[in-house]
Design a protein around this ligand. Structure first.
Ligand code: BGC
Length: 751
């Protein structure tokens, strides 16, 4: 470590200690498990019922018009206030990557203010690549503070739908293909937001796993995959984090729109799980008045049109007057809204948190997440970390070296004053002795006339122009040839990966594959860095390159974090949160030819989503779920369980030794997968059931404790509508990726 990095590290340490001590009080429950590793347990505060009698008397005083005003948007992002009774608007803001800028009251146009800049945080896939629940809390808490500073009550985040297809337009925004990783990140995220007197609105409930036909497609999922794959994270945000709001999705599920789906909203969410917050519709996802309300929707939000025409506005008033819905039913929903208002202290208490926005502390939070998210896919010739003292010239190639990704993507856009690009990050970090030559290499271009096609289904996503400009290629090749080393920043962007459309193919856009191959030929010391939120078909590039890095739409400090990884000030510790297939047809939704459907999409792969499919069907992925290298090597030894035989209510206590046997200090993610050989029911080859991220110094070993509650091994028994732990032998597979199992243990579960 050089002196500069030591000073930076010391400053960071002081900052981190300072920050963590001020944040400590906020966490609802903290527990330390294991040595050397702090695993915190995050539990949210249930919705407040302390003000119920006050709420009842307020409702008794309200007119029907005033009541319905609380149940629908009266501007793009707020409900109606009842000033005479001191009831404010419920103010909402997007979104998952940071607090969105202010928009006009009745259009999607930005107001163009000077005081609505925010921190741009790494997108969901980046956060989940950290495999670090403590960073999910940091993220939630940080963006929660920003939400408060902007005077909002509800943040429309996190977005946690399961990644079913690598083509999904919102793959970058969502977390993962795995339900366990999903819930372990979603819970602290929600707790972090809500620790700031802000409601998290978890979205999009549920089964919204594609953008194609999202306004009407009817999703069919069998009960087991629904319960085991698509719902666990939503359920955990309700039961453990006590999320105060849930967003109903656009599409249909089993024949009913999700904003008027009695099974999903009333029976499952509210009755079975005990959700006490509000169900807010996605924007313009409502199709009826009485039916929506009776089916469990509480608030209708929408796109620009006369707010009185919303289904839950004048039409609801008319229905009530015509006796089609009782005022008692309407009151139930109004009460929920008011409870949320009291819980986030927009009513009642005077001691509401004020928050802060765009601060250095928040940029540091964004940096910390980004730094742990970068995934090292390949480093065959140890080109990385790049030794800055050993080179005089560096070619930096590719449009993504200078591309900014904060804005765009509808609800996931952030207006920020800081977005460090990869090129800027390198300039900030490299010594002046290194001469940097930038060459754009490829252009980001889209066709204005062509439509995307996937099979015979026309999609509405952007169609890229994939021809390279020979002049730009020549410049790039020359730059690479004449430099000691080259880094090519390729991948995608948030205009191409976006809400409202899925990608039509897994191919890299804009002719990048050809360019990368040419640059690799021109200079063997070329490092390929992909910046994207979703998998791409990169098997040839992977084969031809010796150093391959995966980074994300990584927030305000993304470029600095990436440069620190490339130069070795940060040892990479990111792990893929999804499987990188060799080709699209290997992925379950495509292998079963069940994407995107037309009026209906049936999830034919059942429970075999993501790596569950690849492992069970013996299909070799390009890079497996949970995969990511480090500049050092780790060894696992002495793995044991506290006992060999367990019952339903037990918790398996695993202990193992993790040794850093390489030359860099670093972080590793110990992943625990479970298999049930000879099961009576269909099972995936293995499933993630526990994980822990730990830090180990060079030459040292640490003892790591990991807890695995037996109930995590249950499957959903459809006939009895119960979670059942099947008795018998289970194998626990410990490794640092789903395909690098380093130790196996066997346990028994008694009848
Ligand atoms: C998106 C939501 C977003 C909402 C408001 C919708 O199109 O699906 O995620 O929160 O718009 O911008």
């Amino acid at each position: 470590m050089n002196i500069r990095s030591k000073i930076v590290s010391l400053a960071c340490l002081i900052l981190i200690i300072g920050l963590s001590s001020c944040k400590k009080e906020k966490q609802s429950e903290i527990d330390n498990i294991g040595q050397n590793t702090k695993q915190k347990i995050y539990k949210g505060k249930p919705i407040s019922k302390d003000f119920d009698s006050k709420i009842d008397s307020l409702i008794a005083e309200m007119t029907l018009e005033e009541k319905t005003g609380l149940l629908h948007g009266n501007s793009m992002f707020a409900t109606k206030a009842v000033e005479r009774l001191g009831i404010p608007e419920l103010k909402m803001a997007d979104g998952p990557l940071g607090v969105r800028e202010e928009l006009e009251k009745d259009s999607w146009a930005p107001l163009g203010l000077e005081d609505d800049y925010a921190t741009y945080y790494p997108a969901g896939a980046g956060l989940s690549a950290t495999w670090n629940p403590n960073l999910a809390y940091t993220f939630g808490n940080s963006v929660g503070e920003e939400t408060r500073a902007r005077g909002k009550d509800v943040l429309l985040s996190p977005a946690i739908n399961i990644i079913r297809t690598p083509l999904g337009g919102r793959t970058y925004e969502y977390f993962t293909e795995d339900p366990f990783l999903n819930k372990k990140l979603a819970v602290p995220f929600v707790v972090g937001i809500q620790d700031n007197d802000v409601a998290a609105c978890v979205k999009h409930f549920a089964a919204n796993n594609q953008e194609t036909h999202r306004d009407y497609v009817n999703v069919k999922i069998a009960e087991r995959p629904l319960r085991e794959i698509y719902l666990p994270a939503f359920e955990a945000t309700v039961k453990e984090a006590h999320a105060y709001a849930m967003m109903g999705a656009y599409n249909k599920f089993r024949g009913e729109y999700l904003c008027e789906n009695d099974f999903m909203l009333n029976q499952l969410l509210k009755e079975e799980w005990g959700f006490e917050g509000v169900v807010i519709s996605d924007w313009a996802a409502v199709h009826s008045s009485v039916n929506s309300l009776k089916s469990g929707l509480d608030i209708e939000m929408g796109t620009p049109k006369d707010f009185d025409e919303y289904f839950l506005a004048q039409p609801l008033i008319d229905s009530a007057k015509a006796g089609k819905i009782s005022e008692t039913e309407i009151d139930k929903h109004v009460k929920r809204v008011l409870r949320v208002m009291y819980s986030v202290k927009s009513m009642g208490s005077g001691d509401r948190k004020e928050g802060s926005i765009s601060t250095e502390a928040h940029f540091k939070d964004a940096y910390n997440i980004a730094a742990e998210s970068v995934v090292l896919l390949k480093n065959d010739k140890n080109l990385l970390p790049l030794d800055a003292s050993g080179i005089k010239s560096l070619a930096v190639i590719g449009n993504n070296a200078t591309k900014k990704n904060a804005l765009g993507g509808f609800g996931a856009g952030v207006k920020t004053k800081r977005e460090i690009t990869p090129l800027e990050g390198l300039k900030n970090r490299l010594p002046e002795s290194v001469n940097i030559k930038f060459a754009q290499g490829y252009e980001e271009r889209y066709s204005k006339t062509e439509k995307a096609k996937l099979g015979d289904v026309t999609l509405n996503g952007p169609v890229t122009i994939d021809e390279l400009d020979p002049k730009l290629v020549e410049e790039a090749v020359e730059a690479a040839k004449n430099a000691d080393a080259a880094i090519i920043f390729a991948g995608s962007n948030r205009d191409y990966e976006t809400e409202a459309s899925d990608r039509a193919s897994l191919e890299l856009p804009f002719g990048q594959e050809e360019l990368i191959k040419k640059v690799l030929e021109a200079n063997p010391n070329t490092i390929v860095v992909m910046i994207a939120g979703a998998p791409y078909e990169i098997d040839e590039i992977s084969e031809k390159s010796s150093a391959l890095v995966w980074s994300w739409f990584n927030g305000s400090e993304g470029g600095n974090a990436l440069a620190d990884v490339l130069l070795g000030d940060v040892n990479p510790s990111g792990k893929l949160p999804w499987t990188m297939p060799k080709k699209l047809e290997d992925s379950p939704a495509h292998a079963t030819n069940s994407f995107p459907g037309d009026k209906t999409v049936s999830y034919d792969e059942g429970i075999l989503v993501g790596y569950r499919w690849f492992d069970t069907k013996n299909i070799e992925p390009l890079y497996p779920f949970g995969y990511g290298l480090s500049y050092t090597d780790f060894a696992i030894s002495e793995a044991k369980t506290n006992k060999k035989t367990f019952t339903d209510n037990d918790t398996i206590k695993l202990n193992l030794k993790v040794s850093n046997i390489g030359e860099f200090e670093g972080k590793e993610v110990i992943q625990v997968y479970a298999s049930k050989p000879n099961s009576k029911v269909e099972r995936a080859d293995k499933e993630l059931k526990a994980f822990k991220k730990i830090e180990v110094n060079t030459g040292e070993s640490v003892s790591v404790d990991i807890e695995l509650p037996i109930k995590e091994l249950a499957y959903y028994k459809v006939s009895s509508k119960q979670w059942v732990v099947e008795p018998g032998t289970y194998q626990l597979k410990l490794g640092n990726s789903s395909r690098n199992i380093m130790s196996e243990l066997e346990i028994q579960i008694q009848e």
